[in-house]
Write a protein that binds this ligand. Structure first.
Ligand code: NGQ
Ligand code: ZN
Length: 417
């Protein structure tokens, strides 16, 4: 297992076969949303927003069974491995059947994700989600949200059951869906019922409306409220954290929590722009997630993390740190520095990628610029091999079971649509 990489050593190392890079953790995934990627891009109302997208997403969520979920997740995880992700943190709230009734095995939907991870060879940190109410006012779950819900005790039982199956490439953590969906007392009860070292992830401050509701009903902005009401530390991952005031930026950085930024999904959903520049200046810890999977590519996440900043500041080369002038290297180093804590230790030095040595973009590359070239040139996927926990799962750019998984995926999509 590794902690933070040595800041003196370049991340890329030359080998006879080409440049070797560390495998990349994907800190935020809702696997089922892969099945609707590209299908929510038609205007239904001039006021289309995150909230109208969510209705479309709920209609898709209603159709899944454990079987179709495993198939869609397997397709997604094979794509992730081909793109260079070697661990996925699955933020999983599709727990029960479409009427909200638990399956005979209450962990059936969780096990579908575990099976997909095992068959594809990706490391999985499964984060069963606690989801209890439909808004900050504590209203009951809507009809379409019923399959997400748990009481505190049932939730802790689920975490415990899944936790007993943990091994070298499978870890279990906790996720609180959001402050909207988890009342304050339930949050306290769950946090005190969990093992102390378990990672905790939460969606927070993604939409302006959510910040306003939080201020109205809890008297503080979401991140401000969380920092005041939970012992937020390095085992926490705050997903999105888009809308922050300077005190909140500093508060997160001081806490040691990771922010999981999901640039392509945040753009797709019209969330807003994470204040990366001030967060880096405060020495904040961050990682990336592909979230809704409208893109499955660490290259595109990192590229747009930087480009968002360039577009608003009208400057270049923003994501740098003292002594680290390369944008690509600074971003990738940041991602690797949060890997251990955010995944619950589900990363290792034998997770690595081999880039395509024949790619024209890499001609003449050096250890000092190969990461920039990887992230900032062209659109061809340069990952030739992916190795996870000592196994080669991608060779010549293809997942070992790409065709078989894609064939099953086509059938599953025919059933879902
Ligand atoms: C989710 N996704 O849980 O899948 C959310 C949307 C919500 C993102 N926030 C639903 N990207 O936040 O209520
Ligand atoms: Zn999410």
């Amino acid at each position: 297992m590794h902690a933070a990489p040595d800041p003196q050593r370049p991340l890329a190392t030359p080998t006879d076969a080409g440049w070797r890079l560390p495998g990349i953790p994907n800190l935020h995934s809702h696997a089922f949303q892969r099945a609707m990627a590209g299908m929510a891009e038609r205007q239904t109302d001039p006021e289309d927003s995150f909230w109208t997208w969510r209705e479309t997403m709920y209609r898709m969520a209603a159709r899944f069974s454990p079987d179709t979920l495993q198939t869609v997740a397997a397709q997604l995880y094979a794509e992730m491995l081909e793109a260079g992700y070697t661990t996925v943190c699955e933020f999983h709230y599709l727990h029960h059947d479409a009427d909200g009734k638990p399956y005979d095995d209450p962990a059936a939907m969780s096990r579908a994700r575990v099976a997909a991870a095992r068959e594809t060879g990706i490391r999985l940190t499964l984060l069963p989600v606690l989801y209890m109410s439909g808004g900050f006012d504590g209203r009951a779950l809507g009809e379409r949200q019923r399959r997400f819900g748990h009481g505190v005790d049932a939730y802790l039982r689920l975490v415990e059951t899944l936790g007993s199956g943990q091994d070298e490439t499978f870890r279990v953590g906790c996720a609180l869906h959001s402050l909207r969906a988890v009342p304050a007392d339930a949050m306290q009860a769950v946090l005190s019922g969990l093992p102390r070292d378990m990672p905790v992830h939460i969606h927070i401050a993604e939409q302006v409306g959510e910040v306003q509701d939080c201020v109205a009903l809890r008297g503080a902005r979401p991140v401000e409220w969380l920092l005041d009401n939970a012992r937020v530390d390095a085992r926490w991952t705050l997903v999105h954290a888009t809308h922050l005031e300077q005190a909140e930026v500093k508060g997160i950085a001081r806490s040691g929590a990771t922010v999981a930024i999901c640039p392509t999904t945040e753009a797709n959903l019209g969330d807003g722009l994470f204040p990366l520049r001030s967060f880096l200046a405060a020495d904040g810890v961050f990682g990336i997630g592909s979230d809704s999977h409208i893109s499955v590519s660490p290259v595109e996440e990192l590229r747009w993390l930087e480009y968002g900043q360039r577009l608003v500041t009208r400057h270049r080369n923003i994501a740098v740190r003292p002594g680290s002038p390369s944008v690509g290297e600074t971003l990738l180093r940041g991602v690797m520095a949060s890997a251990h804590n955010a995944t619950g230790g589900n990363v290792a030095d034998d997770d690595w990628l081999l880039l395509d040595d024949d790619a024209p973009q890499l001609t003449g590359a050096t250890a000092g610029d190969v990461v920039d070239r990887w992230i900032f040139s062209g659109n061809r996927n340069l990952v030739r091999e992916t190795h996870v926990a000592g196994q080669r799962v991608v060779a010549e750019g293809r997942h070992r079971d790409r065709d078989g998984i894609a064939a099953r995926y086509r059938q599953a999509i025919a059933r879902l649509l």
